[in-house]
Write a protein that binds this ligand. Structure first.
Ligand code: SF4
Length: 326
């Protein structure tokens, strides 16, 4: 699939072909199983000096959690839900020094048998003291297991200058994620679409992700994230979301076989429908998530995830962060 073929497929007249091909590829690449992870999201600081135009943090109560509080939340979720992953992401808080981040990882690693999925490329960039690679290695040594591939938004500097001008550049994001992969930290890959970008920007983004994967094989899954404004409203139609999920499966599925629907952004009902449009992963239970203002659910319980998947006609399977069976 080259760029021209991709553009052809997203044309209105080829919609049936787009959806059919995505579903066929999904079936061939991953079958009828839909996976999910039992995890807990912890936003350890909601203070941020980056002010991205879409982020709910800038309106939230500003707070930073003590390391002990984070540990308490993990303990509670392990007991209550049996989480296998903790996902730590926070704002870019100038008051937090790198020692806080290191201590957080080290203490979690000491106290729990759990996968630590933490710190977006933006956060790693923030805490690195000039050497990103050294910081990645230090974090890994403390116990970091994998990295969220967030802060990618659209990997195009013109678009970035309009929606997140203070974030790292396309080149910085790509270099950092490749360094993480090359140092043994796998990551997710994301796109945030539906704001100022064009379909051309979206398709280019997918090909950039594919190129990185061909070099490092470090991405575990691809997660298209529709833009949700500060009032909690998704700005794309569901039809557009399905086109985005389908074209992601078609372009990336041979290289990144897991395409995830974000139930936080799409809503649970839409996420379940997307299993027929290239999706094979339902994401995580999350328990709490604060970046997006929500009108829908705050969390899904493990048994709900499994039940919803089955009701949608798919076979549920719990996975860990690296897509191994639990
Ligand atoms: S998306 Fe991240 S960097 Fe941007 S304002 Fe929100 S927390 Fe800060």
């Amino acid at each position: 699939m080259n760029r021209e073929e991709a553009f052809n497929l997203i044309d209105k007249k080829n919609r049936t072909q787009l959806f059919t091909r995505a579903d066929e590829k999904r079936k061939k690449q991953v079958g009828d199983t839909v996976t999910y992870v039992v995890n807990r999201n912890i936003n350890f600081t909601t203070k941020c000096n980056i002010n991205c135009s879409f982020c709910f943090f800038s309106e939230d109560n500003k707070k930073t959690l003590e390391v002990e509080t984070v540990l308490g939340k993990i303990e509670e979720s392990k007991k209550k839900y049996g989480i296998t992953e903790v996902c730590l992401q926070g704002g870019i808080n100038p008051e937090l020094d790198r020692e806080y981040y290191f201590e957080l990882i080290e203490r979690i690693n000491e106290d729990f048998d759990i996968h630590i999925h933490a710190f977006s490329p933006q956060e790693i960039f923030h805490i690195s003291d000039g050497s990103v690679e050294k910081t990645i290695q230090q974090l890994k040594k403390k116990g970091l297991d994998s990295v969220p591939g967030t802060a990618a938004e659209i990997l195009n500097d013109e678009v970035r200058s309009q929606i997140c001008s203070k974030k790292l550049s396309t080149k910085q994001w790509v270099d950092l994620i490749k360094k993480a992969h090359n140092n043994g930290l796998r990551s997710t890959a994301t796109i945030m679409y539906g704001h100022v970008e064009s379909w051309e920007d979206r398709i280019d983004h997918l090909f950039k992700i594919k190129k990185i994967q061909n070099q490092t094989n470090g991405f575990t899954e691809f997660i298209p994230l529709p833009f949700v404004n500060k009032k909690g409203k998704k700005t794309t139609s569901f039809l557009e979301d399905l086109k985005m999920l389908s074209i992601s499966r078609i372009i990336l599925g041979d290289f990144i076989k897991n395409i995830q629907a974000s139930w936080v952004k799409l809503g649970v009902k839409n996420a379940l429908e997307s299993f027929y449009f290239g999706v094979n992963d339902f994401g995580g239970t999350l328990i709490e998530e604060n970046i997006t203002k929500k009108e829908d659910r705050e969390k899904l319980l493990p048994e709900e995830m499994s039940r919803f998947i089955r009701k949608s006609g798919r076979i549920p399977k719990q996975r860990n962060t690296l897509y191994e069976e639990v």
